[in-house]
Design a protein around this ligand. Structure first.
Ligand SMILES: *Cc1c(COP(=O)(O)O)cnc(C)c1O
Length: 362
């Protein structure tokens, strides 16, 4: 059987063009060629994150930087906003790092609300806050701008934001929003192969990190800053990823950021429309649906349609597309369809044809 096209919410399909860039011949990572490559993409990365700060490249998946942020920035206590599998896990990771952590848990399917964050931060004692902008397990986007606006009252609280499945698909203005750490992996919204993460830090975050003991080496944010100033990375990076990222950034800026955001919003709406046409409801609370993936309810509501998700998934796979059968405790009770990366009206239409065909056979 040939390649099954990925419409799972990560890793997502990687284009031929990106693969070709990924497979460029190796160069030395301390040589001028590599420095020139980083120097070339740095302004584009800064534009993508809307920041004047340097953007760092970490050869790790997103979790490396997510854990690193805890180690670099939490000295008193962290408040972990939890609304799904990834954000719930961040609380666990904080504790595994030996940090004092508290959970702000909302039911899966709900977003984290600004007022909830405000109320908890007001109770005091926190010096860090983690938030996942787009919770990939539930397809919910939390209102980042509203949370950022209220978070401004708490200048000492480091605001750590995961945009793994939203960076480049929705606008996130790092400097304006007053975020302290913003991070993303490469295999989701950016549609690169897995294995690299990018992130940036506010001056306050760098200042705080410098005071932290036992922050290690591989994820030492101060090391990332020092090296980025020289257009380098602390250790040998995945150079193939840097080539692929350079190629992707060219595509992103020739499409235009606003056009890219609009494309994702439109494609996600088309998937929601597909679900509605087949009698499905959506898992996320209304108004908080992700623009990069759709998490469809499999009959959890009285009016919802119920199907055998595993069988549906298999039939769709036979048509040449891989969709996701639900994550963790909502496996089978939901299924997820990604429109991240390079998808267009035309490519999504091919997927809907395959989904329709599978639905007919159920
Ligand atoms: C996938 C994902 C992660 C974890 O990424 P890894 O590449 O497995 O480290 C973290 N946060 C979100 C929102 C994700 O979607």
């Amino acid at each position: 059987m040939g390649h099954v096209k990925l419409h799972i919410p990560g890793p997502v399909e990687v284009s031929e063009k990106t693969f070709r860039a990924f497979c460029s011949p190796m160069i030395g990572h301390r040589g001028q060629g590599f420095k020139d490559l980083l120097a070339k993409i740095q302004p584009q990365l800064q534009a993508l994150l809307s920041t004047k700060q340097l953007v760092y490249l970490s050869t790790s998946s997103a979790w490396g930087v997510m854990e690193g942020a805890i180690r670099n920035l939490v000295s008193r206590k962290v408040l972990n906003c939890m609304c799904g599998a990834f954000s719930d896990k961040w609380f666990d990771v904080s504790k595994r790092c030996g940090k004092a952590a508290e959970a702000l848990q909302v039911p899966w399917g709900s977003p984290v609300r600004a007022e909830q964050v405000d109320a908890r931060l007001a109770a005091g004692q926190f010096d860090a806050l983690t938030l996942i902008h787009n919770e990939t397990s539930t397809g919910v986007m939390s209102p980042l701008a509203e949370i950022a606006a209220l978070k401004r009252k708490y200048a000492d609280v480091m605001f750590i934001v995961d945009a793994v499945s939203s960076l480049s698909a929705a606008k996130i203005e790092f400097d304006t929003l007053g975020i302290d750490v913003l991070l993303a992996g490469t295999q989701k919204a950016l549609a690169l192969p897995p294995g690299m993460a990018l992130f940036t830090c506010s001056p306050a975050a760098l200042g705080k990190a410098a005071t932290m003991k036992d922050r290690g080496y591989y994820f030492d944010f101060v090391e990332f800053q020092k090296n980025a100033e020289q257009n380098m990375t602390p250790s040998t990076p995945s150079i193939g990823h840097v080539y692929a990222l350079a190629s992707k950034l060219e595509e992103i800026f020739s499409e235009g950021l606003e056009t890219r955001y609009a494309r994702h919003a439109k494609l996600a709406q088309r998937t929601r429309d597909w679900a509605a046409r087949h009698g499905f409801t959506l898992f996320p609370e209304k108004g908080f649906e992700s623009v990069t993936l759709t998490c469809v309810n499999n009959g959890a509501k009285p009016d919802g349609r119920v199907i055998d998700v595993a069988k549906f998934q298999k039939m769709v796979k036979d048509e040449g597309f891989l969709i996701d059968g639900g994550y963790g405790k909502i496996k089978g009770g939901t299924f997820r369809i990604s429109n991240m990366g390079d998808e267009t009206e035309a490519t999504m239409s091919q997927l809907y044809v395959a989904l329709d065909a599978a639905m007919k056979q159920l």
